[in-house]
Design a protein around this ligand. Structure first.
Ligand SMILES: NC(=O)c1ccc[n+]([C@@H]2O[C@H](COP(=O)([O-])OP(=O)(O)OC[C@H]3O[C@@H](n4cnc5c(N)ncnc54)[C@H](O)[C@@H]3O)[C@@H](O)[C@H]2O)c1
Length: 455
């Protein structure tokens, strides 16, 4: 992995305390430190076996990218809540492997899909069955509401993990992830997180220059995910309420949190990386102006937040899902001696104008090259701390906007507010934790009224 060797590991006690001593930059536990003999890759062969849990768009792409890394990779299990998604993923991955071999793609030469029907699992408990296989590594790409549960189970089963962001939807979930991540470190399990900007050398170079003082001391950052919105999966007559919410997961807090967490986490993560720490407090506002239909569940369509770090520096954030408005997905930093357009990889600072000349990479693919190479080299590798910090930053902003309160990191992280109590026991026959009213509308947070710090 290219970007992470110079940063500090975040001790858990600092994370739990929040603020000053936390660091949110790229974190890797000493890329050159070797794992205990045989721990990185049990079995002694070159083959790395992978199970996929959550076989939708991202899970399938991540599996394809894992297959297309150096050395033999075999997908041995596919697990999803829905059988049709398992079968679609299987077909797509078959096509990826076949195309790669027919085109002579060397990275796919020794990789394969070996998922007979008995290793294709559906249902809420599909993840358990995937974890019972002899997979070395699991890709976790369900909606984020399940991430802490699945991550904890994967670590307990002794699997290396690639986990998509976000890592949780609420503070208890963040704490559950962090506790399991400590277990992963103790067990020498590799943990990669889908915050792929850390694997783009241009981000690494640009942020390193900021840390080297090229724009002086950072005073403030600005981070944005302003876009038009995402898909809606309409209700069908054959669905019960649980099946509907599971399909249309983006719009329910217990499955997604909100777009502020699900998407904007990428930009908030960059802000924390630049500041080198996590914020100590946040005030925010937001609401839903165009996202008013029954199909758009509970989430807001716009947010604006002001985060404060323990040194008084600020991160200003905007996230919007409203069509036909100004769009921007990126980050900028202001320092005492200059300004950096971080996501455009250029700055004007004490040495004048500069922009990165490094070639861009497909960072979604690169993160798999880096993870699998580290696994083959027997290195320690853990991105879980900065992943959890970015998740908690996003959850803090969401909670501040929903409640309309100025919240501290510590009080938010300590909150027992869970969007899905008893999640581990849910089935398709369960009543979801939120239900529509008589008009088919779901409860939407109301600033000034919504309380988000107690269970
Ligand atoms: N890093 C990135 O740039 C990036 C890009 C896209 C998505 N993502 C993340 O990937 C995750 C998945 O997003 P997506 O776009 O692939 O969504 P998706 O709806 O296409 O896929 C999610 C899949 O998970 C399955 N699923 C739901 N609950 C499950 C459970 N309990 N057990 C097993 N399977 C379950 C769904 O049936 C579905 O097939 C999200 O966390 C998202 O934020 C990251």
């Amino acid at each position: 992995m290219s970007d992470s060797t110079s940063k500090l590991q975040l001790p858990r006690r600092d994370f739990l305390r929040g603020g000053a001593s936390a660091t949110a930059g790229a974190v890797l536990l000493g890329a050159t430190a070797k794992l205990a003999s045989g721990a990185a890759h049990p079995g002694g062969s070159d083959e790395i076996k992978v199970a996929v849990i959550g076989c939708g768009g991202r899970g399938t792409s991540a599996a394809a990218q894992a297959l297309e890394t150096k050395g033999p990779v075999t997908i041995v299990a596919l697990a999803d809540a829905f059988a049709d998604n398992v079968e679609r993923a299987h077909q797509q991955l078959e096509a990826v492997v076949a195309k790669g071999k027919s085109e002579g793609n060397e990275l796919l030469a020794d990789s394969k899909l070996d998922c007979p029907p008995e290793r294709r699992f559906a249902g809420f408990d599909a993840y358990k069955k995937a974890l019972e296989t002899d997979a070395d590594l699991v890709i976790l790409a369900t909606p984020p509401g399940f991430r802490p549960l699945h991550f904890e189970a994967a670590v307990a089963a002794g699997k290396h993990v690639f986990a998509e962001k976000p890592l949780a939807v609420d503070p208890p979930g963040v704490r559950q992830f962090m506790a399991a991540n400590e277990q992963a470190k103790q067990k020498n399990l590799l943990v990669a997180i889908g915050l792929q900007r850390h694997h783009d050398p241009r981000y690494v170079e640009t942020i390193q220059r900021i840390h080297d003082g090229e724009i002086g001391d950072v005073v403030a950052t600005r981070v944005y995910w302003n876009g038009g919105g995402v898909w809606v999966r309409n209700r069908t007559p054959d669905q019960n309420e649980m099946q509907y919410q599971m399909r249309n997961w983006y719009y329910f807090h217990w499955l997604c949190a909100d777009h502020y967490v699900e998407q904007h986490i990428h930009n908030l993560d960059i802000g924390n990386w630049i500041h080198g720490k996590t914020p100590v407090r946040c005030n925010a506002m937001g609401g839903r102006q165009v996202r008013t239909s029954k199909e758009t569940g509970q989430i807001f369509d716009h947010f604006a937040a002001e985060f404060t770090y323990d040194d008084g520096t600020k991160m200003f954030s905007q996230a919007r899902h409203i069509p036909n408005c100004w769009t921007e997905v990126g980050e900028a930093a202001h320092g005492t001696q200059g300004v950096c357009e971080v996501s455009r990889f250029r700055m004007e600072g004490r040495d004048g104008r500069w922009r990165s000349r490094l070639p861009g990479v497909d960072a979604w693919h690169q993160e798999h090259h880096d993870l699998f190479a580290a696994l083959r080299r027997g290195e320690t590798y853990n991105e879980g701390d900065y992943g959890a910090e970015a998740t908690m930053t996003a959850v803090l902003g969401m909670m501040a906007a929903y409640s309309g309160q100025d919240l501290t990191w510590d009080e938010a992280l300590a909150s027992d507010q869970s969007f899905a109590p008893g999640l581990a026991d849910y089935t398709f026959d369960s009543t979801p934790p939120v239900l529509p009213d008589g008009d088919g509308r779901y409860p939407v947070p109301m600033p000034g009224k919504t309380k988000l710090l107690t269970a």
